[in-house]
Design a protein around this ligand. Structure first.
Ligand code: LLP
Length: 444
């Protein structure tokens, strides 16, 4: 495990203490685009995407295989991001009609898109078939029947993978292997449901079974969970070959690679993950003397997370006396749980800092909160901020590039922030800020 850094690679402080990102001063960003504002460091995000592409490509070439990277667009999506991923040779995982349309609008070739979802609608499946997505990951036996009928009606053969729950659960620092999966995704390996579904897909003339897919969780640090799931997936592929005489072409191992949210958090480096996973696969396949499949992975957070920050403007500050006699400085910003869902949803940890200046004032125990009508509306639960943090200060929260804008909402009829990217002194707007007129336009 490597000690991570939650800041984007181009973040730096000028002589006056102001932060710049991608060569653009945060004061300029705030003045031109308003706050809250999601800022993506383009070089950082694309650097992480290509690092995954290269690390997995090279490690799997070393075992006589291939590994494609499907960027999980749920982490952070705009048409421009889809364009970057297309240009940089990545593929893309989408999980709804909306994500599919944005990916296509940004220029991601349909053939490089994988469609996910445990409850895809007929409309989503039909659109995916019409545009010719590269793969549809089927999640239930009901979906196999529905998709086979839709494909037959359209006169096409749908490329599919079966989503498998391997019994490997992972996430955060936890790694528990169980035989039973009490959750909505996929088809169970242990119960035999996965194998049955694979055989069913294989026998449907309007479906082409490419392979099998699994996703074991998110924010995973332990490499052993990935290795275990790869091993179980190879075992399932062998069972299928035994039943049908056919070796499936591809195994997708999903996403879940951990990032650093605060200083000194650990993160899982792509090279280390790639070498370890490829190593295990290489040994198993060589030992069994069977045809080597192709692989794919679906990192989202590890590509988008550390590349993005959120800029806020401080409004009200107040000191609150705690039960132990101490004091907590509450720093309220102009957004909150509508643009930053991860703290209230998962108790996630973040850090924050003054963005436009550095302060000589002592750091005091602080909590960054939003402007919503809920006491749980917390952006950063515990952080040291200067005692002179004041109304009008710009505040930056790093590592908000993944599951930020994509999980945002209009609670309290707040306006969702814009998304911009910065690179070499240039700023590009990806998604404009909501306007009051947008809210009013929905009223009938
Ligand atoms: N592939 C599949 C099928 C997935 O369901 C996911 C995430 C990924 C890939 C990407 O996982 P990642 O590499 O980003 O961990 N909203 C939560 C995370 C939920 C992820 C759901 N699926 C969060 O903010 O932590």
């Amino acid at each position: 495990m490597a000690l991570g850094n939650p800041w984007p690679t181009t973040a730096s402080r000028g002589a006056d203490g102001a932060l710049s990102l991608g060569g653009v001063d945060v004061r300029t960003l705030a003045a031109e685009h308003g706050t809250p504002l999601y800022v993506i460091d383009e070089a950082d995000m694309r650097g992480r995407a290509t690092a995954f592409r290269d690390a997995f490509g090279e490690a799997f070439a070393g075992i006589g295989s291939e590994c494609e990277v499907y960027y999980a667009s749920k982490a952070s999506l705009s048409a421009r991001i889809a364009g970057w991923m297309a240009e940089d040779g990545l593929h893309m995982d989408v999980a709804s009609l909306g994500e599919l349309e944005i990916a296509l609008a940004g220029g991601m070739p349909a053939a490089r898109i994988g469609l996910h979802g445990n409850n895809k609608s007929d409309a989503e499946l039909v659109r995916a078939l019409e545009v010719g997505v590269g793969r549809i990951i089927v999640d239930s036996t009901m979906e196999i029947t529905v998709l086979a009928a839709l494909a037959a009606r359209l006169g096409v053969v749908a490329p599919v993978m079966v989503r498998v729950t391997t019994g490997v659960h992972a996430g955060g620092h936890e790694y528990i292997a169980t035989s039973h999966e009490d959750q909505k995704f996929g088809l169970s390996l242990a119960s035999g449901a996965a194998l049955e579904a694979m055989i069913e897909c294989f026998e449907q003339p309007s479906l082409h079974l490419l392979g099998i897919h699994t996703h074991i969780g998110s924010q995973i640090l332990g490499i052993d969970a990935f290795e275990e799931s790869a091993e179980r997936m190879l075992g399932l592929r062998a069972q299928f070959a035994e039943a049908t005489g056919t070796w499936l072409e591809e195994i997708d191992l999903g996403g879940g690679y951990a990032i650093a949210y605060v200083e000194d958090d650990e993160e899982l480096a792509p090279t280390r993950a790639a070498q370890a996973i490829a190593g295990v696969i290489g040994r198993i396949v060589a030992g069994a003397a069977v045809a080597m499949p192709r692989f794919s992975i679906e990192p989202g957070r590890a590509i988008a997370g550390p590349a993005g920050v959120t800029l806020y403007t401080v409004g009200v500050t107040k000191d609150v006396t705690l039960e132990d006699g101490g004091t907590r400085q509450y720093v309220a910003v102009d957004g909150g749980m509508s643009d930053h869902m991860r703290t209230i949803t998962y108790g996630a940890e973040y850090t924050a800092a003054l963005a436009a200046r550095v302060s000589e004032a002592p750091g005091v125990q602080s909590r960054v909160v939003g402007k919503h009508c809920e006491s749980g509306d917390i952006v950063v639960r515990d952080v040291q901020l200067p005692a002179d943090t004041a109304r009008g200060d710009l505040l930056v929260v790093p590592a908000t590039g993944a599951y930020g804008r994509t999980m945002s909402n209009n609670y309290n009829a707040l306006l969702r922030p814009a998304v911009v990217s910065v690179r070499k002194g240039e700023t590009t707007v990806h998604i404009r800020r909501d306007r009051i007129e947008d809210l009013l336009a929905l009223q009938q």
